[in-house]
Ligand binder design. Sequence first.
Ligand code: NI
Length: 395
Amino acid sequence: MPGPDAVPHAGIPAAVAALAPAMTAWRRDLHAHPELGFEEHRTADAVAESLEAWGIDVHRGLAGTGVVGTIHGRAPSPRAIALRADLDALPIPEATGVPHASRHAGVMHACGHDGHTAMLLGAARHLAVTRSFAGTVHLVFQPAEEGRGGGLRMVEDGLFDRFPVDAVYGLHNWPDLPAGTFAVHPGPVMAACDQFTVRIRGKGGHAAMPHHGVDPVLVAAHLVTAVQSLVSRGTDPLDGAVLSVTRMEAGTTFNVIPDTAELHGTIRTFQPATRARLHEQLGRLVAGISGALGAEATLEIDARAPPTINTRSEADLAAAAAEAVAGPANVRRDAAPSMTAEDFGYMLAKRPGAYVWLGAGSRPLHSPGYDFDDSVLATGAAYWVALAERALPLP
Ligand code: NI
């Protein structure tokens, strides 16, 4: 994807631009050695060893493989911020064909967390030398972002008790945006994510004599249709929500009505009230429709990530930092939120902060042909530096 990074942004400090070859080497090394959530031992070792070599205080073990580096600025101040990157890869067989492709069968960095880690390392390298800020920057390298709850574990393990901060910031590469440009949302960025399972118990029997039983397949079919009313008819059209049934399981052959059927799916919302209402109404439909058709059903909802919602003044600060690096024309403030989810929401639920998107030319996230766009490494690292220096200005 062509973008302004074909010509490096004027706002990137020369010393950060000079780190691009090193960041590219780190990124490709991480890419070649991807590790799944909570198993990022080699990745965490590499991060911790680099930080220590640069004289940065390192704390390990939060959420198992998490790493936190702490840099004190040139001037004392009680203020502190956290900059967060993610470490983990996905269970996807890689199909990029690049020389630095995954050496671990079935596992690959298909979401660019290798790039996120390399950019935060680049920023750490620079900030450890310049320390042109007042107060403290905590560099948070979080495990298990991809659905394994690493963000929640970090918070539960006392991230913000051991490393108190005024605000927390995150960044994700975003292939839908031109490379090297930013999107900063003033509020909601990504949705809350819940997973649900419906287990229907009917009464199986001969497919030619359905009147002797209760067909759970028919109950499941009615439910799949009925639950689509919860968003289309029950939710304010201006309030984003999604309910998708993604898996149906029932039966084994042509001529037998099974005893049971299962439905699985996901619910995405931004507003807590909408989230609670969809849970409640889904339960009512499951009980009502299955009961009306003579079956029994249970509903299990596994509440996953909360929504990722930026706080206004931190979003403004993040946008100012992005503009300083990439120029105002390359920072969008009007991008629509995404119904995908991000476990950075657990951190934003505890502290003010902002999560920004950095445009990067690549295939779609989570696809086997994805490879992080190294041309934006300097832009991302420069953003972190600009953000730290703006959030914690020297007197
Ligand atoms: Ni990701």
